[in-house]
Design a protein around this ligand. Structure first.
Ligand SMILES: *Cc1c(COP(=O)(O)O)cnc(C)c1O
Length: 405
């Protein structure tokens, strides 16, 4: 199988860093109990705590993708548990489905196996493009008094940043354990877990902000309260039970130990790649990286706006837009034309149809300019009215002066 090099300019996966791929390819064959593999996992655990700004002992990573981390976090939710989930797009919608699956009783599963309607789960649907606000969370928690509340930090379906502070504060006020899908914000946004004490569980992914696509590790972090609850209830999983999983990362009975113990077979290649991606994040620093995302997102946003598009998102790694009125309804055609040429942008995955262009690990003048030019060409090809000179002038004015190339 040969897979071509494409320009990954969607919501994720991002552009895997060359250093990560090199670490992957340079690792030797070594089993999952070999000393350097275990040392690498312990070092990853410490780097994750540092990147994520947390003293949570149960901070480690789950083999797989974002959904693996989310499944691990949601494994603490038991049948009949009272949950309030806020859904404002494709991904938080799937999270809400996962929560209904976890909280459903056997009867509820049997009645609708792929879409159980768990009576104990309240899903608060927020329209596409709108954020989950602190007031909304406060009102729903006040009304329902659940054990768990859930929200996506950044809803990648619509490109919307939700109110983390409001969510955490409301959870704290009502004694609710907050669970957060931080799949698209970790490694992009500059925030610290320990500033949000209402949030008991966090789950992220390898391939977005951490630039580590070669199927590696999805970070998670849990407070002591989360772990106590899990200890008391158990979970219907061996592989995705945080207590079992954490052992291989050197966390046993709430304590750091020098060496991990067997949970499952880990790949030395994956550990080396993940380790390098965390080093990259620490070297650059989240403060610098998050500023850089905002700067480059602004350029992309202004360029597509100059082409007549309407940007409806507010996420620093992703622009979600409506095409100009004369091209409305042709979003899929435009996206498919781009993808056929290896320019990997995306449509939205649930209604309404919009175009999504991402800049994960594309934080320089050349990369963003290339994305802007390819998109301008695709618009023109469909008969859109794009002024190339105006776009070049915009790029020059933004990048020629203040922003380093
Ligand atoms: C990408 C994404 C997911 C799914 O992650 P996978 O790595 O595809 O499993 C879940 N939630 C959010 C918010 C995402 O952006």
């Amino acid at each position: 199988l040969e897979i071509p090099e494409t320009l990954a300019a969607g919501p994720g996966p991002g552009n895997t860093d060359a250093r990560v791929l090199q670490a992957f390819a340079n690792a030797g064959v070594a089993d999952h109990m070999q000393g350097d593999v275990l040392r690498g996992m312990v070092e990853c655990k410490h780097m994750l705590r540092n990147i994520w700004g947390t003293d949570n002992t149960y901070t480690f990573a789950v083999a797989g993708t974002g959904w693996s981390a989310l499944d691990t976090m949601f494994s603490a939710v038991m049948p009949g548990d009272k949950v309030v989930a806020f859904a404002n797009g494709t991904f938080s919608g799937i999270d809400a489905l996962t929560l209904r699956i976890k909280a459903a009783t056997p009867e509820e599963h049997a009645a609708s196996p792929l879409d159980p309607q768990a009576a104990s789960v309240t899903v608060v649907d927020v329209p596409h493009g709108q954020p989950v606000t602190g007031e909304l969370v406060e009102a729903a928690l006040e009304q329902h008094k659940p054990k768990w509340a859930f929200m996506a930090h950044w809803e990648t379906g619509s490109g919307r940043v939700n109110d983390l502070r409001g969510f955490s504060d409301a959870c704290e006020r009502h004694g609710v354990m907050g669970l957060v899908d931080a799949v698209s914000s970790l490694g992009v946004d500059d925030f610290s877990i320990d500033d949000y004490p209402g949030i008991a569980g966090w789950a992220s992914c390898p391939q977005k902000g951490l630039c580590c696509l070669p199927l590696t590790y999805a970070p998670v972090s849990f407070t002591d309260a989360f772990i106590e609850s899990l200890r008391a209830t158990g979970a219907y999983s061996y592989v995705h039970n945080p207590l079992f999983e954490a052992r291989h990362w050197g966390i046993v009975d709430g304590q750091d130990v020098e060496k991990g113990t067997y949970h499952r077979t880990h790949s030395g290649y994956a550990v080396a790649a993940f380790h390098e991606s965390l080093r990259l994040t620490l070297q650059e620093g989240l403060a610098r990286r998050s500023t850089s995302y905002k700067t480059h997102e602004r350029v992309l946003r202004d360029a597509v706006t100059a082409m007549g598009c309407e940007v409806t998102s507010d996420m620093p790694s992703l622009v979600v837009l409506n095409l100009p009125p004369e091209l409305a309804g042709r979003e899929m055609e435009l996206v498919q034309n781009c993808r056929a040429r290896g320019f990997g942008i995306w449509p939205t995955l649930s209604a309404p149809v919009q175009v999504r262009i991402g800049i994960l690990n594309q934080l320089n003048r050349q990369a963003v300019s290339r994305i802007v030019r390819l998109f301008a060409e695709a618009m023109r090809e469909l008969g859109g009215n794009v002024d190339y000179e105006e776009i070049e002038a915009l790029l020059e004015s933004r990048y020629g002066t203040s922003i380093a190339a």
